[in-house]
Design a protein around this ligand. Sequence first.
Ligand code: FES
Length: 274
Amino acid sequence: MSTTASGPDAGEAVAGGRARIAERTLRTDRWWLPPLVTDLGLAAFVVYATIRSFVRTAYWVPEYHYLTPFYSPCLSTSCVPGSSHFGTPIGALPGFIPLGFVVLPFLLGFRLTCYYYRKAYYRSVWFSPPACAVGEPHGKYTGETRLPLIVQNVHRYFFYVAMIVSLINTYDAVLAFHGRTGGFGFGLGNIILTGNVVLLWAYTVSCHSCRHITGGRLKHFSGHPVRYWLWTQVSRLNVRHMQLAWTTLGTLVLTDLYVMLVSSGVFGDPRFVN
Ligand code: FES
């Protein structure tokens, strides 16, 4: 079908093509700002997590069993004693391999392929498209049907691993209710670790892949009441996915920073019990 629009500003739209206007866009708002801010925030997180994963210090507080999520699970004999909640099936690691090498690729991969973040870098890095009503440099739009963007389809598998990572972080948070001399203990670090885990679960479960897994590929819900209920709960969280994406970037960094500072002796952990 051919559509034609004409006017002093609208230019002309042709079948299967774009409006013929001299300007790249007629938009006057700062359409580039939101994706740029998202990109910078995500890039800062990737840099921080990568650096912290390589430093190999101040990731474990032995008195209270606080372990930063960037080093969990710590499976190598290079890990400090006590920090390996799942044993040390791997021998000593050379310094160029992060002790949290098992989790780091999935932690970053899950974020980088997240629908929310990819929206930002498709716009500000890949320019496909840069924004509504802004001309793009690509000859045609191919979405995620070709390389390199077709790789984004691994997101579902990152989601499965993220569920396992959330379980591991939950286990770590439970073990962290540890007193200075053993038994039960409870301090500010527990609130931070537990809060981080709860929000990580919310972010992970609100994933678009999770929504599809619970409710997708069905012709009707009437014969699948359990899946319908699950899909409804996931959908409730899913509308908050953007907020959860940002919040959990912050809580991951906050949790790691807190463990790092307490472990380094910069300040002590305020204790409520023991
Ligand atoms: Fe964001 Fe899956 S869509 S984590």
